[in-house]
Design a protein around this ligand. Sequence first.
Ligand code: FES
Ligand SMILES: [Fe+2]
Length: 349
Amino acid sequence: LNEPIVFYRTESGEPVALWGLCPHRLAPLDLGQLKGDSLRCGYHGFTFSPEGACIDIPVAKTRPELCRRLKKYPLVEMGPWIWIWMGDSEAPDYSKLPNIDDIGLGNNATGWRVDVTERIFLKARAQLLIDNLFDLSHIAFIHANSFPPGTNDIALVKPFMKKMENVFRVGRWVRGVPFVPGAMHSLMLPDATGKADLLLHTDFYNVGFVNGSGPWMWRSNDDGSQGEELAKLNFVHCITPETEHTTHYFGVLTRNIRLNDDAFSKELMQQSDFIRGEDRAMLEEIESRGAVYGDPTKEVSVFSDAGAMRIRQMIQAMFKTEARGEKKEPREATISVVEISEDTSSLNR
Ligand code: FES
Ligand SMILES: [Fe+2]
């Protein structure tokens, strides 16, 4: 969101997020060093507490408390994620954090294997990534040879949309799919026989958090009815917009089968990183050329875009609500000149 932030952990493991530029000469503070629980700027040694207060100015024996404080951002750690509140001033509303226990990621989740995949620094706007995740027909093209056999067919099935309590879901059902060697669901359960009902869905929790199942499966009974749940695999996408044109793209895989199978984890993570790399290549080309020379208001959309279009509308509505409700505070980047000398009487804030 166009704010430089430095993250670190205190000695007891508490995560800390502070405004990431030193008030002295704007050195990025992530280039500094930790001194116990405090952070020392790598340029001239101004040192800040986890609360953002300057506690030492080694080059001038002066009163560090007169140096401007760094903004401190509220954080919540949940499973492998740290959620940050970057709102202007109001206290964060923790009740709006999504409930993600049921995909293995909340602090109360049990019975799941969680694997963190490679972090991608995407040179494209977050919206392009969200569009991508909600139009899975691209699987049959960008990833034509990258997913296990059969996945392309699923991707071209007509999707449904469903507003649920926690999420907005765009999904595809395929029923009665035989377990055959090499298919995605067979790779998940290599000993399974018979048929499965598969749900391939993408769930929109919020702008920063999207979960794709890959797939979620149930036994498919001989009479065509849906039997017991067999397995769920999730490709979780955490999308942190850095600037208007760049995004931090975090990925996590969770599954409720073969929890101790490290080789399977490795295989899935390699596959996920490869596939996300294919998306990344296309999205960066769209950002650097499509978005520069193209006119998004003249995009041609077809049926398979319906889910992504709904998500775009939801995001636009959120922007409008936020713009109405929020008074903008001046950004921290507007730095005033602070003269610090031996003579503390000349200090100003
Ligand atoms: S820029 Fe950080 S101490 Fe000078
Ligand atoms: Fe993709």
